[in-house]
Structures are given as C-alpha cells and as structure tokens.
Design a protein around this ligand. Structure first.
Ligand code: ATP
Length: 268
C-alpha cells in the first residue's frame, strides 16, 4: 500500500485524528429552508494547506464559516452534525465563541484593516484578551508582522493609519492581525482575488511558510492557485463534497468525471 507521498502527504483516508486539525462529521446546514451543506464529513490535516474548490454558490465559504461559528451571525441559519477542533465539538452550546475565533483566524477576500494604526490593528485582539504590558504588545506585533512578511516594509511607520498601506500590504496586515493570536487554524476566503499577480505570488509563498505553525484552509476559484499552494483539495458541488484527495491526485487523476470536468474548465 502506498502510504508515503511526496512531502509526507498521506492519502486522506489514512489521516488519523492526531493528524487532523478540523474534523467535520455529518455536517448539514440550512439558510431558512435552503439546504446549503449536505452531509459533509472530512478531516482537514494539521499543518497543511487544504483548498476548497467548486462553482460559485456550492457552499465553500459557508463551510469555512462553520469552523469559527460565523454562520451564527445570520438569522435563519440552522445546522447539525459536528465540527471537532482540539477534541471538542465546537457546535456545542458550551463553547466560548470568542476564544474559538481567536483559535480559528479568518482572512476575507477584501482586506479589512480597522481604521486605526498598523500597530493597533495587529495588537487589537491581544488587547481585547487583556494584554496590557507595552513590551509584550511590542514583541507580539513585531513577531506577527515578521511572520506575515510585512515587518521590513512597515517597521518605520507602525503608527501610520493602516489605510495608507497598499492592498497587498493590507492583506498581509490582516494576516498578521490573525497570527498575533497564535491561531491553530487560518481560514482564507479567496484571499488574493482582489490582488495583482505579483502580490498574489507573495501571499502564496507566505502560505507555504505559515503552514509550519498553523493549518491553512483556503477557498479559491483559481485552479492553478489551488494546485500550486495546497497539499489537499476538496471539490464541492451544490453543497456536497464530491471528491477530496491530496492535490497531486485530485488534479492529475481525479476519480469522478464531475471533478475532472470542473478542474479542466468544462463547466463552472
Ligand atoms: N447569510 C446567508 N443567508 C442566506 N443564504 C446564504 C447566506 N450566505 C450564503 N447563502 C447561500 O448559501 C449558498 C452557498 O453560499 P456560499 O457563499 O457558501 O458559496 P460559495 O461556494 O462560497 O460561493 P462563491 O464561490 O460565490 O463565494 C448560496 O446559495 C448562497 O446564496
């Protein structure tokens, strides 16, 4: 049996719970009457990049929003099934949602820095958590900005408004803001679709280095990007998980015709 793929990438069927950052079990979600996620079961491997692909409206964003309970913000949303992170079902009513959202960071398509300085943006979450000592905040800000490959560009202007940064810098700032809380999982919802090709490449390289410290889940419409950056890829259609495999296999030998049609651009 072939168990060792390149870069230590195992087939998804062989992932154990120790190697899993997020385990999704029989997850169903509705917006009102509309059944949006249908019986999703999958293991998202730790310290890897997993890409979610599929036609617009198939439920990719809704699924990652289940990993930090963002769907709770929408009236009329209901769900059942389990999402297990750190051995706990985060759908349980007992879960502290603020703590969960620190552990599971999120970056959206459009950079969304807060209207405050670069420095204040990065330490915003830490201050909310009660960190007050200036030296601790300084250290955390520098560390997060270095991890997001932004430190050299902003170290002399930390107290400038974040809005004075370019789009690509703003996106890295938002990544630094999430990293300052040492997330276990970083969710990226089409993080480069508003950026130019060079900045996109920069963010893609960043993902490769960040996966050493956290698990990355990226929603993308860009097949080349999914093939380039991800270790695993899941293909969804109309709320169902159609195929999930290591990316090399999914992009070169998909099992299902539907997957092949999508990745070769025959539909979608
Ligand atoms: N807050 C909401 N209220 C009602 N319906 C919603 C809400 N959010 C998403 N939907 C619906 O759920 C379905 C899945 O949407 P979702 O945004 O998850 O798809 P997606 O695959 O991420 O699409 P895209 O690639 O266009 O971002 C769509 O039919 C969408 O209209």
């Amino acid at each position: 049996m072939l168990t060792l793929f390149k870069n230590n990438i195992k087939p998804v069927s062989e992932l154990t719970s120790e190697q899993t950052a997020v385990e999704v079990k029989d997850l169903n979600l509705w917006f009102g009457e509309k059944h949006v996620l249908k019986d999703i079961t999958m293991r998202i491997p730790e310290n890897k990049v997993t890409a979610l692909i599929g036609q617009s409206g198939c439920g990719k964003s809704t699924l990652i929003n289940c990993f930090n309970r963002l769907n709770d913000l929408y009236d009329g949303c209901s769900y059942n099934g389990e999402v297990i992170i750190d051995g706990k079902n985060i759908n349980s009513k007992k879960v502290n949602v603020s703590r969960l959202r620190a552990k599971v960071g999120m970056v959206f398509q459009r950079p969304n820095p807060f209207p405050m300085s670069i420095y204040e943006n990065v330490c915003y979450g830490l201050k909310l958590q009660g960190v007050k000592v200036r030296r601790h905040l300084d250290d955390a800000v520098e560390k997060a900005l270095r991890q997001a490959a932004l430190w050299d560009e902003v170290k002399d202007r930390l107290f400038d408004p974040a809005m004075t940064l370019s789009g690509g810098q703003q996106q890295r700032l938002v990544i630094a803001r999430a990293l300052s809380l040492k997330p276990k999982v970083l969710l990226l919802d089409e993080p480069t679709s508003a950026l130019d090709p060079l900045t996109t490449l920069f963010i893609e390289e960043l993902m490769e280095s960040l996966k050493k410290q956290c698990t990355i889940v990226i929603v993308t419409h860009n097949m080349q990007q999914a093939a380039r950056v991800s270790d695993y890829t899941a293909f969804f259609h109309q709320g169902k998980l159609v195929e999930y495999a290591d990316s090399d296999t999914l992009f070169t030998m998909p099992e299902k015709k539907q997957t092949e049609d999508y990745i070769t651009g025959r539909y979608g």
